[in-house]
Write a protein that binds this ligand. Structure first.
Ligand code: SF4
Length: 225
C-alpha cells in the first residue's frame, strides 16, 4: 500500500461513471501499447506519484461528497486490486473498473467478492487487426472475459476508440457482429480518437467514419463524441 503505483487522480467527475459523482484513480503502466493511446506518459511511467495509502486518505475525506470511485489507467488490473477495493467499499463507495479485459483471473476474484459494481472494457479491434493495433497477442483473453461477463449477466459496457487509419466501417461492423453473436446486449459505445501532441503510434486524426454504413439493427450503438 506504500508503493507509488498511482500516476495521478482526478478529484471529481460526472462523466466517467454515468449517473455517479466519482473520482478517478489512474494506475501507472500498461500491458498494451495501443497505437492510438494518448496516455503514453501513464503507460511508460516507471515511478508513480501517489501510494494507495495516500489515495485512501483522500477518499476518506470525500465520504458523503462522492458516491463512486473509478479505477483506470494505464491498466489497473496489473495490480491485485482486492485490498484496495475492499478499503474503498468500507468507505461506502461504488467501484467502476476501466480495463482492456485481459486479466480474467483478477476480474473473477473481484466479482466473486462483490468488490466491483460496473466495468467498461475496451474492444480494441477485430481479431485480424488486434495484435497490430495493441502490440500484444491478447485477443483471446479479451474474448474469454466478455464471454464470462455475459454468462454471469454482469453489468458492463464495451467501448471502442475509432481512428479511421486503424479501423474503418468494415472493421467496426465486424466488431458489432462479434459481440452481438456472443450475446452482448448493452449499448456499444464508439468514441472518436482524440488528437494530442503525443500518442504511442504517432498517428493523427483521419477521415470521419461514415456512420450510415455502421450496422445499427443488432445493437444500440452510441457515439460519445
Ligand atoms: S489505450 Fe492501450 S496502451 Fe493506452 S492505457 Fe489503454 S490499453 Fe494501455
Amino acid at each position: 500500500m506504500n508503493q507509488k503505483i498511482v500516476y495521478d487522480f482526478t478529484k471529481f467527475t460526472t462523466t466517467d461513471y454515468i449517473r455517479h459523482l466519482s473520482c478517478v484513480i489512474w494506475f501507472k503502466g500498461c500491458n498494451f501499447r495501443c497505437q492510438y493511446c494518448y496516455n503514453d506518459d501513464i503507460v511508460y511511467c516507471k515511478e508513480g506519484n501517489y501510494s494507495i495509502n495516500e489515495i485512501l486518505v483522500f477518499l476518506k475525506s470525500r465520504i458523503g461528497m462522492l458516491d463512486a470511485v473509478v479505477l483506470s489507467g494505464g491498466e489497473a488490473t496489473l495490480y491485485d486490486l482486492t485490498d484496495i477495493c475492499r478499503k474503498i467499499k468500507e468507505f461506502g463507495f461504488k467501484i467502476k473498473l476501466d480495463t482492456n479485459g485481459t486479466n480474467l483471473k483478477l476480474i473473477k476474484k473481484l466479482i466473486s467478492q462483490k468488490l466491483i459494481d460496473y466495468m467498461a472494457i475496451d474492444f480494441k479491434s477485430p481479431k485480424y487487426k488486434y495484435e497490430n493495433i495493441v502490440g500484444v497477442k491478447k485477443y483471446d483473453d479479451f474474448i474469454k472475459t466478455i464471454k464470462y461477463l455475459i454468462n454471469i449477466d454482469f453489468d458492463f459496457e464495451l467501448r471502442s476508440t475509432i481512428n479511421s487509419s486503424l479501423l474503418d466501417e468494415k472493421d467496426i461492423n465486424s466488431m458489432i457482429n462479434t459481440i452481438s453473436s456472443l450475446g452482448y446486449k448493452n449499448t456499444y459505445y464508439l468514441q472518436n480518437f482524440i488528437e494530442t501532441t503525443s500518442n504511442i503510434g504517432n498517428i493523427s486524426k483521419q477521415r470521419d467514419i461514415n456512420k450510415e454504413k455502421i450496422i445499427s439493427e443488432k445493437l444500440n450503438v452510441h457515439w460519445r463524441n
